[in-house]
Design a protein around this ligand. Structure first.
Ligand code: FCB
Length: 455
């Protein structure tokens, strides 16, 4: 199926979603701790205080990943665990926790892949204006340097931001995610600008401290699929994928979030569209954002089809009646793992890393004590085949991280949405490997060769 010999098969998690231990080891309060305590925000007022109790059970979790044959583990660090106030004093017990986790991973030869920011902003920084305060660029770089110094002797794979579109867009445009305070378009664009500057400055910090690090970025997108293989439809899909559009969810754009980082400039169509709302962008800001990267990460869950309108534009193709959907209603669109990597590689010319991909199912423990999740297996099977096809067609893809290894705190959905290959009983913290965990082990063992089989 085209996966190279050193292709990395991994799984991904995020600190707030699995760690728990929210008030242990001196960890500082975060925007998500606060959001979960705000009535009406999170399903059943669930919170991440205990989550998967990974803070205490990390050894068991790492052993489980090792038994599954996982080669790489993408996790995020909680900024406020190592810098409780977000800047200034460093917490040794926070550093100790991640050191122990990293050492445990290395004991089993699992490559630690570290995301600096997966949404749990220290509350102390939120009080100072969070992403809207231009000083956050320096605070983030300070945090990156603390992490690089502490872990860079063993961690060689870093990602700065996970899905900046979400914590800025859902956090400030729709309010579905923390901190949830709605802001003007101007303020939101300003935040996005600071996030990308913080990315650039953090990359510089990591580079200088860990010269042999591989560094990337992990935004998200819903790839656009051409309705047919005709050159017109392909071109229409390409245009639609990279366009900045004036929709209520304008923050989901690919190019607005990636062209500055990858090319050092904002996309022209976006500059025009946002003309009236543009904050003051200085040329040196763009230079800072544009640091050399080793890979381009991307979270991909689904996508949609377009066709050419024969006027140089595109038309969205309606989804068929009864189209397949996952347990939380997201469309199942396997070709997004073909066209997404293909278009992104073409445009940004960097090895692609799929930093997240996965599926929510209504999993239950059956009478036989097992968790059967054929729909999740089918989802992964279809998507990974498409990724293999992209590789065969010349797209350079270095790694794939399945979301997620364990069921966890799914943000505004609380514990109601299960994404893990391992079932978690949140009352007892018992873990049960689902059928998909055994299936993924086989895929890894065969380096994807068995994906070609139909069963
Ligand atoms: C992504 C997030 C991740 C997880 C999955 C299901 O948007 O990055 O934390 O919640 O969705």
């Amino acid at each position: 199926m085209g996966f190279s010999e050193n292709f990395l098969w991994g799984t991904a998690t995020a600190s707030y979603q699995i760690e728990g231990g929210a008030f242990e080891g001196g960890r500082g309060y975060t925007v998500w701790d606060d959001f979960c305590r705000t009535p009406g925000k999170v399903f059943s007022m669930h919170n991440g205080d205990v989550a998967c109790d990974h803070y205490h059970r990390y050894k068991e979790d790492v052993k489980m990943m090792a038994d599954m044959g996982i080669q790489a583990y993408r996790f995020s660090i909680a900024w406020s665990r190592i810098l409780p106030e977000g800047k200034g004093e460093v917490s040794q017990s926070g550093i100790d926790f991640y050191n122990a986790l990293i050492d445990e991973l290395l004991k089993y030869n699992i490559k630690p892949c570290l995301t600096l920011f997966h949404w749990d902003l220290p509350f102390a920084l939120h009080r100072l204006g969070g992403w809207q305060n231009p000083e956050i660029v320096d605070w983030f770089a300070e945090y990156a340097a603390v992490a690089a110094k502490a872990f860079g002797d063993r961690v060689k794979f870093f990602m700065t931001f996970n899905e900046p579109q979400c914590f800025v867009g859902l956090g400030h445009v729709t309010g579905e995610h923390a901190p949830g305070n709605l802001m003007s378009r101007r303020s939101v664009l300003e935040m996005a600008h600071h996030v990308m500057m913080a990315h650039g400055k953090a990359v510089q910090a990591i580079r200088s401290l860990v010269p042999d690090a591989q560094i990337g970025y992990a935004p998200t997108s819903n790839p656009v699929i051409p309705a047919t293989d005709s050159p017109e439809d392909i071109e229409a899909a390409r245009k639609a994928y990279f366009a900045v559009e004036d929709k209520p969810d304008y923050m989901w754009s690919v190019s607005w979030w990636s062209d500055p980082v990858m090319f050092g400039r904002y996309p022209e169509d976006g500059l025009k569209l946002f003309e009236k709302d543009l904050p003051d962008f200085k040329p040196e800001d763009l230079k800072l954002m544009h640091q050399p990267l080793d890979f381009y990460g991307q979270n991909i869950y689904n996508g949609y089809k377009v066709k050419s309108d024969h006027k140089g534009g595109w038309e969205t193709v309606q989804r068929p009646v009864g189209y397949p959907r996952t347990g939380n209603g997201w469309p199942v669109v396997p070709e997004s793992l073909y066209w997404g990597p293909r278009f992104l590689y073409e445009r940004y010319q960097k090895p692609i890393v799929i930093t997240e991909n996965g599926c929510c199912c209504a999993d239950v423990v059956s009478l036989d004590g097992k968790v059967h999740d054929p729909n999740r297996i089918d989802f992964y099977h279809r998507y990974l085949r498409e990724l293999g096809r992209a590789i065969e067609d010349g797209v350079k893809v270095d790694a794939y991280f399945a979301w997620s290894v364990v069921d966890n705190f799914e943000w505004a959905k609380g514990y109601s949405d299960r994404f893990g290959m391992v079932y978690v009983d949140f009352e007892t913290q018992e873990r049960i490997l689902k059928d998909s965990a055994y299936w993924y082990s086989e895929v890894i063992k065969n380096n994807g060769a068995n994906l070609a089989d139909i069963h």
